[in-house]
Design a binder for this molecule. Structure first.
Ligand code: NAP
Length: 286
């Protein structure tokens, strides 16, 4: 059980974690921290938080576990502000969608407390943001990836592992490099495709007519283009190399389709669609 949990960045991911741990009784007290007092007051109203502070160093005083759940671009500044109030027993984790930059930031800014930092990423979420978007079952039956380093404290890993399992999630360990490559393919590239499709269509002269007739396929494919632009800007900046490689590969795939259409290659198109359908059919449980 965690006596005192502090969440820095009380949005969708942080508030869902708190609601779930409170529901199961795994946490006694949850302190929130963020830039907007209005958001934190809402957190108290919604039962996400027991108390809050606008000061990071005050919010983490005496905390057993600190979860950093801010956009990737804000992680380093948060780690820097934490340094002076940490103590040797505080376990720190994060939820950032890319792990390479977070690890570098934590390494530079947490100093002697770095071994108590367990990098993490819940493979769960939605296009909604803010404390009001949180819900207790978000992590149920979902995967959480932890990417500890050689020198990460084993007890700290065990505590974060237990915390996530309490939410109903499965926990897996991975290297940072593997995480960032896999997530670029399964999450970051699909978001780029959704954002670019909506952007492209919105610039067409008859866009009103186009969106008026958009149906299920368009809705399913572009739902994630309503995601938070700050969060996605930061993910692109953080995981650029892996993402660029995938975008390049994807462009080649589109070129193949373009050529097949230009050359009236119906057999080539059929084979590509048949193979893709076969692969997608295997993923029905997603
Ligand atoms: P969110 O709903 O927008 O919440 C982020 C919170 O961080 C906000 O409540 C905001 O509160 C605070 N914040 C924003 N900028 C900040 C800054 N510069 N300094 C300090 N605090 C700041 O976002 P989220 O979806 O929970 O995402 C949080 C993290 O989880 C991100 O790192 C993201 O990559 C990761 N993640 C997201 C998803 C997803 O599907 N959404 C899934 C997995 C992981 P204030 O405005 O009050 O400061």
């Amino acid at each position: 059980m965690i006596n005192h949990l502090t969440i820095i960045g009380v949005g969708l991911i942080g508030s869902s974690l708190s609601l779930s741990l409170k529901q199961s009784g795994f946490v006694k007290r949850v302190t929130g921290c963020g830039r907007s007092e209005e958001n934190l007051k809402k957190g108290i109203e919604l039962g996400v938080l027991d108390d809050y502070s606008l000061s990071i160093s005050d919010a983490i005083k005496g905390a057993d576990v600190v979860v950093v759940a801010v956009p990737l671009g804000a992680m380093n500044s948060v780690f820097q502000q934490m340094q002076s109030s940490l103590d040797k027993s505080t376990v720190i984790t994060d939820v950032g969608s890319a792990k390479g930059t977070v690890l570098r930031d934590a390494h530079c800014s947490l100093g002697e407390y770095f071994p108590q930092f367990v990098p993490g990423h819940p493979i769960a979420g939605s296009e909604n943001s803010g404390v009001e978007a949180g819900f207790a079952s978000l992590y149920h039956d979902r995967k959480i990836i932890l990417t500890p380093e050689q020198n990460t404290n084993k007890d700290a890993v065990a505590i974060i592992d237990k915390m996530w399992r309490e939410t109903g999630a499965d926990v897996e360990l991975m290297t940072v490099e593997h995480h960032d490559r896999v997530l670029a393919a399964t999450s970051h590239l699909p978001h780029m495709l959704a954002f670019s499709l909506v952007s492209h269509l919105s610039k067409m002269s008859d866009q009103d007519e186009i969106f008026n007739y958009a149906a299920g396929g368009f809705r399913d494919f572009t739902r994630i283009a309503a995601s938070d632009p700050v969060m996605w800007r930061d993910i692109c900046m953080a995981n650029g190399d892996a993402l660029l490689e995938l975008i390049d590969g994807f462009k080649k795939e589109l070129d193949e389709i373009t050529k097949a259409i230009q050359h009236q290659d119906s057999e080539g198109l059929f084979e590509l669609f048949r193979d893709s359908k076969h692969t997608r059919d295997q993923l029905r449980d997603l």
